[in-house]
Write a protein that binds this ligand. Structure first.
Ligand code: GAL
Length: 421
């Protein structure tokens, strides 16, 4: 008994000693400089999880946040850094721009961690298609976001005897009913990527998954210029009428705050909005309802945030590999995604800690993958290369902010895509 006690004490003391020296050892692991655009309340909470994780492993975190939803400003800052020969250790990238950086030869090789950790068996194939280049991993996927969500203020809906709309016709009816009562139907921020987030929903909701596949993923000119696309722009024009006069340039998280505060009834936005709901101390699925964007039930648009690892040379590489491994660990993916609003990129993370909306995302992505209705988001960089995506953004935003006819907008889409390809 004594011996057991003694050895327990010894182990405890040794453990304490080890803990005491750990910070000194830990400090030795170098540092990572990480470029990202996670600056809203929910986003910052999520990136804080990664920073803490790295610091606990003795890797110093040099933060390089570049504000601006969906990362347009961040991409400009990144290009400036890389072309001046001084890339950050890692950068948050969406699928198509990740691929473009890989093709340009700027990214490192993560085989050293990806192979022993068995990434291939836990990362879904559609994500591997972006995370790997030339047969090896160049990036770590940290989440799966779903952009095709509608967020509704439960109290407003209840008080007005309404339920979240399931089709675009229902959406128009609900929005008109709210408007008649002096309630702002839709919170929206007029920025090209936010306009296109809505556009993605309308293309999918009105045209269906096959049409989305043809028009958005394949950029098929016939689909882009079709009558269905004209109907899509008709609906975009309707939506414009449900938005308040101050929408121009508004950040997405301020639009989310409008729904949270009851200043507007709904927002069409990806589930990073859920990060804001959580950061505000509200319960997703209870205070703010989550339903698939009208007409998109059964389909899952996705975007994933990858940490692309740049070729930074031997000295900075060990810390980079620690970060890649940390970003892929199941416990990190759970904690991070609980704050971020997304679901883990790994398939083996249990869903029990996730809220109702997260659980729905997990179930819906499985069903969509089986049905072939899991598709990349145009607005969030998983459908078209940056040049074509940019051309489509311009057409969508120009139409939204002018009195251009739907037929002219559809024609402009065909021309802009052809010119950018
Ligand atoms: C997305 C990104 C999300 C979120 C959002 C708004 O493109 O994948 O993580 O940050 O932009 O900034």
């Amino acid at each position: 008994m004594k011996r057991i006690l003694l050895s327990t004490v010894c182990v405890a003391v040794l453990g304490l000693a080890a803990a005491a020296v750990e910070p000194a050892q830990a400090q030795d692991q170098g540092s990572v400089e990480v470029l990202h655009w996670w600056t809203s309340g929910g986003e910052a909470a999520a990136v804080g999880v990664l920073k803490q994780d790295m610091e606990s492993k003795g890797v110093a975190w040099q933060d390089m946040p570049v504000a601006g939803g969906a990362g347009e400003a961040a991409m400009t800052a990144l290009r400036a850094r890389v072309t001046s020969g001084n890339p950050p250790t890692a950068a948050q990238l969406l699928g198509m721009s990740l691929r473009a950086w890989a093709e340009e030869g700027y990214l490192g090789d993560l085989t050293e961690v990806a192979e022993p950790e068995g990434w291939d068996s836990v990362i879904p194939e559609p994500l591997q298609a972006f995370a790997k280049y030339d047969g090896h991993y160049v990036a770590a996927p940290v989440n799966i976001h779903r952009p095709n969500w509608l967020w509704s203020n439960a109290k407003i809906f209840e008080e007005n005897g309404l339920t979240p709309p399931k089709t675009w016709d229902e959406f128009n009816q609900v929005a008109e009913a709210l408007q008649a009562k002096g309630i702002q139907p839709l919170a929206h921020g007029g920025q090209n990527w936010q306009d296109t987030t809505v556009f993605d929903d309308v293309v999918l909701g009105i045209g269906g998954p096959e049409f989305y596949q043809k028009a958005i993923i394949e950029a098929d000119p016939e689909a882009l210029g079709s009558d269905t696309m004209v109907k899509v722009f008709d609906q975009m024009r309707k939506i414009r009428g449900f938005v308040d006069p101050n929408f121009s340039g508004r950040d997405w998280n301020l639009a989310t705050a409008m729904v949270l505060n009851g200043e507007a009834a709904m927002q069409l936005m990806g589930d990073w909005a859920k990060g804001e709901i959580i950061a505000a101390g509200k319960t997703p699925g209870v205070d703010i309802l989550c339903t698939p964007a009208p007409g998109t039930e059964g389909s899952f648009l996705f975007n994933t945030d990858f940490f692309a690892m740049f070729d930074v040379g031997e000295e900075r590489r060990p810390a980079q590999l620690i970060m890649a491994s940390a970003a892929m660990s199941p416990s990190f993916q759970e904690t991070f995604n609980l704050a971020k609003g997304s679901i883990p990129a790994r398939t083996d993370v249990p869903g029990d800690k996730f809220d109702e909306c997260g659980k729905q995302s997990m179930a819906d992505i499985k069903a969509a993958q089986e049905k072939g209705t899991l598709m990349g988001s145009l607005a969030h960089g998983h459908a078209q290369p940056p040049a074509v995506q940019g051309a489509m953004f311009d057409v969508v935003t120009n139409h939204f902010n002018s009195d251009q006819s739907s037929a002219d907008a559809a024609k402009a889409l065909v021309d802009a895509v052809a010119a950018a390809q």
